[in-house]
Design a binder for this molecule. Structure first.
Ligand code: NAP
Length: 505
């Protein structure tokens, strides 16, 4: 048995050391770290014909980051040219391209390559990556960077297919369609609608916003960055570093500490909720509209947003907040449960994405040792991964944003920490000439038990989340989107976990 395995190893060598799946910021971060570690034998696979992930796909009116740009960017590649504190989406797309060029990733990109499945060849200790066109490539390691919020979800409302006028999902915006002077319906009031609604309201004739669950809104301290400050950032990067430190701390306080340590820090989250309530009061004049916009679940149960113009849009005479449930969609409009029909010219679905469901996390099949399929395993046995990065029976396979990978403060902090973790595994394997790297089952299981214990202190179990309709929760009632830890802990554990937690052979 051992002899035949040895023969197979010599018979089949992988074409690439690493295959990265996805070219959003996670894939780009992975590529940068590989090159910085001297690994050049890798390709970056992308189903679309361009890079940039979220910032390629989302270009609806008003799109911008809602985490300050100084925080929402790589720590090692600060951008002194952001035009605003919260940069518009196109600048993020340009920044992605800048990083790809500056760090020499363009030759590694393979567009129009939609991965259908990856299969572990245990004899040869490599992964086969099959794309939808039937092509197969091989790699020693796979780094999966496919993101969570990539597959748009249209609402499953009766009659939606009968709507005879233009219908758009925000993640597939069609800029050739003008909304000027039209009657427009927006379904959904998540972070996307929060940016879209105030941007289109002044142009349209009538805007009906269909809200099922209100969203917590924190004031957004946005402003243009004056050219003097940009020059200072460019000439003296330490000044931008200080700005980043300040925005990191404030985002950590609002988006992480109160959410993760709710049980211990109730006053913090109550203070945040009070600020949001006061903000709503300052912005919306009509008490009834205010009541409808007030969440009846705790801050953090679902993704809150930052905005200083969304709430006050409901003071406009051409904007209506509709909270009666939707009964059906007709060829020309929307009928609510009270029987009223609103005729509209354009229907906009700001209805979000598939998240924790088999077929989305991950978006392709992953067959590990003994043919175990990762999506099915997660769906049946709960989402779990050691530090969000690795799962037993899936050797040499790493996820940048696996279950419980990210803290709420910054996607980029998550990418950098996850890549620190993954690079420790890959570089140790190379040093030891190991071709099989696998998280030890007992370490993984103990970590998952710890996560589940820690979950009990989070907002998800301590702040009336039942009515929040949050995509953070999966069908098991777990909340595997967020890592129940501070950003500092994420940083430390990804860089200093005992390397013996992995089995190298
Ligand atoms: P989302 O948060 O999932 O919100 C979807 C909205 O559509 C919710 O209000 C939901 O109502 C509603 N909805 C879904 N199906 C519906 C139905 N059948 N009938 C009525 N309403 C329905 O999606 P999103 O706003 O696109 O945001 C997704 C995520 O992208 C955010 O949470 C955030 O992480 C990210 N994002 C980030 C930024 C940024 O600046 N960084 C900007 C935008 C988005 P319920 O709440 O009742 O389910």
């Amino acid at each position: 048995m051992k002899q035949s395995a040895a023969r197979a190893v010599s018979a089949r060598q992988p074409e690439h050391e690493v295959v990265i799946i996805g070219t959003g910021f996670a894939g780009i971060g992975a590529g940068i770290r590989l090159r910085q570690s001297g690994i050049t034998s890798f390709v970056m696979l992308e189903s679309a014909d361009d890079l940039g992930g979220t910032w390629r796909d989302n270009h609806y009116p008003g799109i911008a980051v809602d985490i300050p740009s100084s925080t929402y960017s790589f720590s090692f590649e600060q951008n002194p040219s952001w035009s605003r504190v919260f940069a518009p989406g196109r600048e993020l797309y340009a920044y992605a391209n800048h990083c790809v060029d500056k760090y020499g990733l363009r030759p590694h990109l393979r567009f129009n390559t939609r991965v259908e499945k990856t299969v572990f060849d245990a004899d040869n200790r490599l992964w086969e990556i099959h794309d939808q066109q039937g092509r197969v490539m091989t790699a020693r390691f796979v780094v999966s960077a496919t993101g969570y919020l990539t597959q748009p979800k249209n609402p499953d409302i009766a009659g939606i297919d009968s709507f005879s006028r233009p219908i758009l999902h925000t993640a597939r915006w069609d800029h050739s369609l003008s909304l000027a002077g039209k009657r427009v319906a927006v379904i959904g009031t998540g972070a996307t609608a929060v940016q879209l609604v105030p941007t289109i309201a002044p142009d349209v004739r009538q805007l009906h916003v269909f809200q099922r669950t209100p969203i917590w809104i924190f004031p957004k301290p946005d402003a243009e960055i004056p050219w003097v400050l940009k020059k200072l950032y460019e000439r003296l990067p330490v000044t931008q570093g200080s700005a980043r430190m300040a925005t990191n701390i404030s985002t950590e306080l609002i988006m992480v500490l109160g959410v993760v340590y709710t049980k211990q820090m109730k006053p913090l989250i109550k203070t945040v909720e009070a600020i949001c309530r006061q903000h709503l009061k300052n912005q919306v004049s009509d008490p009834e509209t205010r009541r409808k916009l007030t969440p009846d679940y705790g801050f953090g149960c679902k993704r809150p947003s930052f905005s200083s113009d969304y709430l006050k849009t409901f003071n406009r005479s051409n904007v209506e907040l509709v909270t009666d449930g939707i009964e059906k969609i007709t060829p020309t409009g929307i009928v609510t449960k009270d029987g009223q029909e609103r005729e509209v010219d354009v229907l906009v679905c700001a209805t979000g994405f598939k998240v924790f469901e088999n077929g989305n996390t991950p978006t392709y099949k992953v067959y590990g040792v003994n043919g175990l399929e990762l999506g099915q395993f997660w769906d049946e046995q709960r989402y779990q991964a050691y530090q969000g990065a690795s799962v037993p029976d899936f050797p040499n396979y790493f996820t940048v944003m696996g279950p419980y990978a990210t803290t709420g403060a910054s996607w980029f902090a998550m990418i950098e920490s996850q890549m620190a973790h993954i690079m420790r595994c890959i570089t140790t394997a190379r040093e030891r000439k190991a071709t099989w790297v696998e998280i030890r089952r007992e370490v993984h299981d103990a970590y998952f038990a710890e996560i589940r214990q820690r979950q009990l202190s989070t907002v998800f179990y301590n702040n009336h989340c039942a009515g929040s309709n949050s995509y953070y929760f999966d069908r098991h009632g777990d909340a595997p989107f967020l890592r129940p830890s501070s950003g500092l802990e994420l940083w430390v554990r990804s860089r200093y976990f005992p390397i013996g937690n992995y089995r190298f052979s």
